[in-house]
Design a protein. Structure first.
Length: 72
């Protein structure tokens, strides 16, 4: 089972920018993700084609289970 944290931001032009982080810690809280996203915006470290990140859009954790198929 693999987990990935996806954080979506709006840039200055109104476009979407998605930042994904594999294997987020268990028990990650909404508050922790909000603080992280606020810090990403404040630090202005990502230069997107639509300009700086200006607001939070959404965030979610995707949990993927892979089941191998036996081929004959």
């Amino acid at each position: 089972m693999a987990k990935t944290l996806y954080m979506r931001f709006r840039n200055a032009d109104g476009g979407l920018f998605t930042l994904s982080l594999p294997n987020p810690k268990d028990g990650l809280t909404d508050a922790e993700v909000n603080v992280l996203m606020d810090q990403v915006i404040a630090d202005d470290i990502f230069n997107t084609s639509g300009g700086s990140l200006v607001s939070k859009d959404s965030a979610y954790i995707e949990d993927t289970t892979v089941t191998a198929i036996t081929l004959t």
